[in-house]
Design a protein around this ligand. Structure first.
Ligand code: IMP
Length: 193
């Protein structure tokens, strides 16, 4: 059985990936390998940060097979903001409501509200780096709608839908979302080895 460390402290994300991968892989979280320190994310890009987190685990924890993910919301009319600052757009407290309010304020006079979520997964397997990207295109709504999901879900309407991620059932979101698509690529790769 292949053992993989998922470089995240978010047990929900670990469970999600474990359920998709099934029993042929054992997924461990950071706590399981005794990693409690904050892993640096200083590369200034989504891809760079994803690689940095996986590389950190590989370098500091004995060359373990591992993967990490990083996600950003990119709004075209404002130079792809918040991008790499998505989690703490409105400040270090990482408050989802403050982040959404700031974004709605910045788009108040914009007609073009198109945006995308982008996830990059970085996998280091047997010392080799592989990356997988997942994207969902959509637009930022005029106001918050629904209270499902997390982060910016109430103001993101995926292309082809009228409801926000906050209103859509999680099964629909997971199928079409940036993270769902990136995880699907990771799973295809791992199943083929
Ligand atoms: P992370 O890298 O997956 O932790 O995501 C960084 C930030 O992006 C989070 O703090 C959220 O604000 C936002 N984010 C990531 N994924 C989603 C999502 O699926 N819906 C809404 N917001 C998200």
């Amino acid at each position: 059985m292949i053992e993989l460390v998922f470089a995240t402290g978010n047990s929900y994300k670990i469970k999600e990936v474990y359920e998709i991968l099934g029993d042929s892989f054992q997924i461990k979280g950071l706590k399981d390998i005794g990693c409690t320190e904050e892993i640096p994310e200083t590369q200034g890009t989504i891809q760079g940060n994803a690689i940095q987190k996986a590389q950190y685990v590989f370098d500091h924890y004995g060359g373990l097979n591992c993967f990490s993910e990083d996600t950003g919301l990119e709004v075209y009319a404002i130079n792809n903001e918040p991008g790499v600052d998505t989690a703490y757009y409105a400040g270090p407290q990482r408050d989802a409501n403050d982040n959404m309010n700031l974004l709605l304020q910045k788009l108040a006079d914009k007609d073009d509200r198109k945006a995308r979520f982008r996830t990059v997964i970085a996998l280091i397997l047997n010392g080799n780096l592989h990356t997988f990207e997942g994207i969902v295109e959509g637009e930022i709504s005029l106001e918050k709608k629904g209270n499902g999901g997390f982060g910016y879900d109430p103001i993101f309407i995926p292309e082809g839908y009228e409801q926000s991620f906050g209103e859509l059932p999680s099964s629909v979101k997971n199928e079409i979302s940036h993270r769902g698509r990136a995880v699907a690529k990771l799973v295809d790769f791992l199943r083929a080895i």
